[in-house]
Design a protein around this ligand. Structure first.
Ligand code: ADP
Length: 240
């Protein structure tokens, strides 16, 4: 049986991943900082899902999340580190708190959640971790120094951890989505959206479902040769 924990699965890409893995037959623990959002995702899936309200950057919450998964379904076989947040500001306006919060959610969160599932995966001799990074961690986003640094850090963690874990049966990979139709992108000006879409070789943004399909592939046995990789569902966007 496959049992996945998906963090930040109350909305957007995380929700699409939870729904896709459930359709593929996984039991899914839907974590989110926002309890109502987590419950909404679970309502879409049904009895193969359970909601966990918790902050991925808080060790006590993460410990509870793993216990909750064991109680509801059993030991997690898959972990999708997706929880994140975006905050845009010019570098000169960024505060130390902005920076620390960004690093806490993305890097400390990925670190804590991964550390908490690894003992079980190592004793089972198999497991799979997929980290959700961003194209902006590869090319850098305008007024997104802290976000870009955090997402680049996730790619580095993915590569380094896969070197330690692959021989023990635990595959660690990442996805770095390009422009995806999320509420955040839809809130940007229609002119910007049209100009950006026109730049893309495919001529359109991806959907959260496209990222979920890539994650589901990395989670599957079809991806058995993929370790330490970062796959880029990005409509062919030019990487600078
Ligand atoms: P995207 O559009 O890229 O999918 P969203 O903002 O829609 O991004 O989704 C990110 C999810 O992560 C949100 O549901 C948010 O509540 C959740 N989240 C943010 N910070 C944390 C955290 N510290 N712990 C758990 N979940 C978090």
């Amino acid at each position: 049986m496959s049992i996945a924990i998906i963090t930040g699965a109350g909305s957007g890409i995380g929700q699409a991943i939870a729904v896709k893995l459930a359709v593929d037959g996984y039991k899914v623990l839907v974590n989110d900082f926002n309890a109502d959002a987590a419950e909404k995702t679970v309502a879409r899936i049904g009895s193969n899902a359970a909601a966990h309200h918790g902050d991925v950057s808080n060790p006590a919450d993460v410990a509870q999340m793993i216990e909750h998964c064991h109680r509801a379904f059993g030991a997690p076989t898959h972990l999708i580190n997706n929880a994140g947040h975006v905050h845009q500001a010019a570098f000169t306006d960024l505060s130390v708190d902005d920076f620390d919060h960004m690093i806490a959610v993305h890097l400390r969160g990925t670190f804590l959640c991964t550390k908490s599932v690894l003992p079980g995966m190592l004793s089972a001799g198999k497991g799979c971790v997929v980290n959700v990074a961003s194209q902006l961690g590869q090319i850098g986003g305008v007024e997104l120094v802290h976000y870009s640094a955090a997402k680049a850090g996730i790619i580095g963690m993915t590569k380094a951890l896969s070197r330690e874990m692959s021989a023990q049966g635990v595959r660690v990979n990442a996805v770095a989505p390009g422009p995806i139709n999320t509420p955040l992108v839809r809130a940007l000006s229609p002119d910007w959206q049209a100009a950006k879409a026109a730049e893309l070789p495919l001529g359109h943004f991806g959907e959260p479902q496209d990222v979920a399909d890539t994650v589901a592939f990395l989670c599957s046995d079809a991806a058995r040769l993929y370790v330490g990789q970062t796959l880029c569902p990005n409509s062919g966007d030019v990487m600078l």
